[in-house]
Design a protein around this ligand. Structure first.
Ligand SMILES: [Mn+2]
Length: 326
């Protein structure tokens, strides 16, 4: 019953005095877009204190979004907050250092669309049928009776366009397009947004892309594509963490590949693993026993072990999952 809960969320937002809005570490387009759309919606409800904070910096490709300059690192935000709105994630350990801003009296409101059975929070709408948290937030906006502005539209459009891979992933629904149509109708420059968000890349990202592509190997008759980004690749390319976003898609797009794996070595004992899979193979399920989360088609986790060990372990899980599938 999302509508009933959304109504209750609006009530709580109206009554709140000081509101914190946040999302997950390593923020992507949906995280940044949803945080900022919620920010503009709350500001339209009342002009009370609203603080946006993310544990990691906003990636450059989203820095032009209206309000992005208001997103602060948690160190410079002063609690207390009576309400915290957490978007695009449902677990408090995923908001990183921002969790230090939550007090015992802070009411936690969660809005998310990832597969999640036990969301944190006093009030949560978690519905994996939504392609992006940005979609849910437009429903929150309607529920609150807030008029759609160009600012809200830009933020929600980026959320929606990134999480649906430009409206081409299987999570894209009729609702995604209907919402997008409303957003575009506010006069959005879709070509310019598309260029900024999807096409443009820094020279550092290009150098990293070359290294990543060279690392990709095809295993098990081409069903598994495995690529690696080492700490050395990052340093030599002078790349930022945000430059790794989407690299895995090049591996996933190879004909015949059922599962693409990207291992990113953070340091000697930490590896970030991303998984992408075709329909019929559930990435989130594969990574569940490895502490991961996400969607059926795209999931990720962090493995606290050296790269070689992480690769062997994850590969074993993927191979087990592929056994018995065609
Ligand atoms: Mn999302």
């Amino acid at each position: 019953m999302p509508q009933i809960k959304l109504g209750e969320m609006v009530q709580r937002l109206r009554q709140a005095k000081r509101i914190l809005v946040t999302s997950h570490v390593s923020p992507d387009g949906d995280a940044v877009g949803a945080v900022l759309a919620v920010y503009h919606i709350i500001r339209a409800l009342h002009d009370r204190d609203v603080v946006c904070s993310l544990a990691h910096p906003v990636p450059k490709r989203y820095a032009w979004l209206p309000g992005a300059d208001r997103i602060c690192p948690p160190e410079v935000c002063a609690p207390p907050f009576d309400v915290a709105v957490i978007v695009d994630v449902a677990q408090l350990d995923r908001i990183g250092a921002v969790s230090a801003l939550l007090g015992d009296d802070t009411q936690i409101i969660v809005l998310d669309h990832h597969l999640e059975t036990a969301p944190a929070g006093d009030l949560a709408v978690v519905d994996p049928r939504y392609a992006a948290t940005g979609e849910l937030i437009i429903e929150l906006m309607d529920c609150a009776g807030v008029a759609l502005t160009r600012e809200i539209a830009e933020c929600a459009y980026v959320a929606l366009a990134t999480d649906t891979g430009s409206f081409k992933y299987s999570n894209t629904t009729e609702r995604s397009h209907r919402i997008a149509a409303r957003l575009v109708a506010t006069g959005l420059p879709v070509a310019e947004i598309g260029r900024r968000v999807f096409d443009e890349m820094s020279a550092a990202r290009f150098r990293l892309l070359i290294r990543f592509v060279n690392s990709v190997t095809l295993l098990d008759g081409g069903r598994i594509a495995l690529g690696t980004v080492t700490a050395n690749d990052m340093a030599e390319s002078e790349a930022l963490e945000e430059d790794t976003e989407g690299l895995i898609n090049f591996a996933r797009n190879i004909e015949g590949v059922d599962v693409a794996m990207l291992f990113r070595e953070v340091d000697n004992h930490t590896v970030k693993l991303s998984l992408r899979s075709r329909e019929g193979v559930n990435s989130a399920e594969i990574l569940r026993s490895l502490g991961g989360g996400g969607h059926a088609a795209a999931a990720g986790t962090t493995l606290e072990m050296p790269l070689r060990q992480a690769t062997a372990l994850a590969l074993r899980h993927v191979r087990e999952a592929l056994q018995g599938t065609l």
